[in-house]
Design a protein around this ligand. Structure first.
Ligand code: AN7
Length: 404
């Protein structure tokens, strides 16, 4: 395969050809990242600006050279959170609604690139472990590509909308009696022994697609925000956005970096602990637990990169309780008209906490990534709301129920 880019180990820096199917450095075991010869890349900001807002607007900084497997992912709205911002004294608070992607989460940005790369690398079957959204997205893009997908889920801990998607789009769906971290170990072994292409976030190509969240937000705002806030599970997304911004800086498209800020659930917060205690690496949690099942992850595989992103940009890491997450899910829904799943509300809940504790400057321009759609997890919604009032089918009953 004739490509300009290579795979580079984030630990020892060794470079490998782009078509080697490896997920870790064979020398030192660290993760790999895609490295482009940025001085040789021909791209103008004006060229990008002419294309529709989408993942593929930025194709010069993506690894795919074949016709991509696409369902028009990206181009998601950036909403000004006027009411919540006013309440918090944050006049420049925004949410990038990644729930508006084809399968309802940001994972589609990764999968349009990841599944395209599977084809480009002549792989004809794909697999992942997932807390839900990755499996839904992989099932969708594998269907579009016409190749089989295997997904491993932690039994009983995946929101029903996500399971429904994986099933309907035709993936082989396996539930394991174990948590996500174990599912990832198992699918990793399966891929190495049986040649399936692994599309978890240890896959460097998948994360390339996700970095476009940052590119789009900058284009939509007309500049670099002061802070970028993301919910953190495996820490792939925050690492991907940071990597993309470094590339824009190298290209001199931007002249500063936002403070990368990661939010975790209080029952599952190894990255927050590592930042707080200034540890060189995260200590995995054996029994992560949170209502935000998407980020119920105790051993985040991209933690090493995320710690660098947060530390190098002077960012923050904060945790929020399940109650704080659910309260923000309701506020986004009722005050802003933005429907997101619990993990997504974590980013804005984290900003509420940081603003209230005085940890951030109120004049900051802040972009919170809200990662997945409300309908992903209807059970958690129904549990929080009063059930519909059932009445006899006549007008007096209706007026009585409405107290009119
Ligand atoms: C809605 O689907 O890990 O920190 O297997 O679904 O990049 O892991 C999902 C993660 C945030 C965390 N918000 O992103 C999976 C999975 C939502 C998510 C995250 C996830 P990372």
């Amino acid at each position: 395969m004739d490509t300009m880019y290579r795979l580079k180990c984030v630990g020892c820096g060794t470079e490998y050809p782009a078509d080697e199917i490896i997920y870790h450095c064979p020398k030192c075991g660290h993760l790999l990242a895609v490295r482009y010869p940025l001085d040789a890349i021909q791209v103008e900001k004006a060229t990008w600006a002419k294309r529709p807002l989408s993942v593929w607007r930025y194709r010069e900084l993506l690894p795919v050279i074949i016709e991509p497997v696409t369902l028009q992912e990206g181009g998601t709205p950036l909403y000004h959170l006027k009411k919540i911002g006013e309440e918090l004294g944050l006049p420049h608070l925004y949410a990038k609604h990644e729930g508006m992607n084809p399968s309802g989460s940001f994972k589609d940005r990764g999968m349009t690139v990841g599944v395209s790369m599977a084809l480009q690398l002549n792989k004809r079957s794909v697999a992942c472990a997932s807390t839900g959204n990755t499996s839904a997205s992989l099932a969708v893009y594998a269907a579009k590509a016409g190749i089989p997908a295997v997904v491993l889920l932690p039994a009983g801990k995946v929101a029903v909308g996500k399971v429904a998607q994986a099933l309907m789009h035709g993936a082989r769906v396996i539930s394991i009696r174990g948590n996500f971290d174990r599912a990832l170990e198992m699918v990793h072994e399966l891929c190495l022994s049986h040649g399936l292409y692994l599309l978890n976030s240890i896959n460097p190509y998948r994360l390339e697609g996700q970095k476009t969240i940052g590119f789009e937000a900058i284009d939509q705002l007309g500049g670099v925000p002061d802070r970028f806030v993301l919910p953190v599970g495996n820490a792939g997304n925050i690492s991907a956005v940071y990597k993309g911004l470094l590339e824009l800086q190298d290209l001199e498209f931007i002249d500063r970096l936002p403070m990368m800020t990661g939010i975790q659930a209080a029952g599952s917060m190894p990255v927050v602990r590592a930042i707080r205690e200034n540890l060189p690496e995260v200590v995995p949690e054996d029994h992560p637990e949170t209502v935000a099942t998407a980020i119920r992850i105790g051993a985040p595989v991209n933690a090493e990169k995320a710690l660098v992103a947060i530390r190098k940009t002077g960012g923050l890491a904060e945790s929020v309780t399940d109650a704080e997450i659910l309260a923000m899910q309701r506020d986004l829904a009722r005050k802003e008209g933005i429907g997101v799943e619990p993990a997504s509300a974590a980013s804005v809940a984290g900003i509420r906490k940081l603003a209230e504790s005085g940890a951030i400057d109120r004049s900051e321009k802040i972009v919170c990534v809200v990662t997945g759609h409300l309908l992903k997890d209807p059970d958690t919604v129904i549990r929080q709301c009063e059930p519909p009032t059932e009445i006899d089918a006549d007008l007096p009953s209706l007026l009585a129920a409405l107290r009119l």
